[in-house]
Design a protein around this ligand. Structure first.
Ligand code: SF4
Length: 198
């Protein structure tokens, strides 16, 4: 039997109702498995490997959302890094076709893949962890900052609603003013500082 791309979406968790993950919307959050970065403050480290149990098949997600029509405004794809998964665009398109808005939480690790899902995305919460030079000591990955800032450029160019989030860590204090200036200069209107979650 042929497996569809969306049936391969590996899901590590589901929050059935939240008011804080998509501004102004009642949303469910689907946590996608897999992330190639290793941020020392990651609060979803169990989702970094794409090997944990797939807690829901896609059909079960659809059945859950069917029962939530009229009760939920939106579905947020979070992670992990959702853009790592090839089935993301199809899954997002299906969710949108069911009448829900589609939100995306991403760290922008894969700018090209991100670019391929923006046409089915209504809102993005993008982690910008610092200036590009700050990234390797936060994510452990050389070049990660350039990828994240390229993702920011793509979202702004696509004119998708955007909130940029920055997690405050001690190594960011010195560069924070420069970071804010640069974000304003490229056209970011909504920038939120957040504390590390225990
Ligand atoms: S990018 Fe996000 S999911 Fe990946 S390690 Fe960093 S905080 Fe965790």
């Amino acid at each position: 039997m042929r497996q569809t791309a969306e049936s391969n979406l590996r899901i590590g968790g589901l929050t059935p109702l939240t008011t804080i993950d998509y501004p102004g919307q009642l949303a469910a959050v689907l946590f996608c498995q897999g992330c190639s970065w290793r941020c020392h403050y990651c609060h979803n480290a169990h989702l970094q490997p794409m090997t944990s149990e797939n807690i829901m098949q896609w059909d079960q997600v659809r059945a859950f959302l069917d029962r939530r029509r009229g009760l939920l405004d939106a579905v947020v794809f979070s992670g992990g890094e959702p853009t790592l998964q090839a089935g993301l665009a199809d899954a997002m398109a299906q969710v949108r076709a069911m009448g829900f808005k589609v939100g995306l939480h991403t760290a922008g690790a894969y700018p090209k893949r991100l670019g391929r899902v923006l046409h089915v995305t209504d809102w993005v919460g993008l982690d910008i962890k610092g200036l590009p030079s700050d990234y390797p000591r936060i994510t452990g990955v050389p070049g990660s900052g350039e990828a994240a800032w390229e993702s920011l450029d793509r979202i702004l160019a696509a004119n998708v609603a955007l909130e940029v989030r920055t997690t405050m860590v001690p190594e960011l204090e010195a560069s924070l003013p420069s970071l804010k200036t640069r974000l304003e200069r490229v056209g970011v209107r909504h920038h939120r500082l957040q504390t590390v979650r225990a």
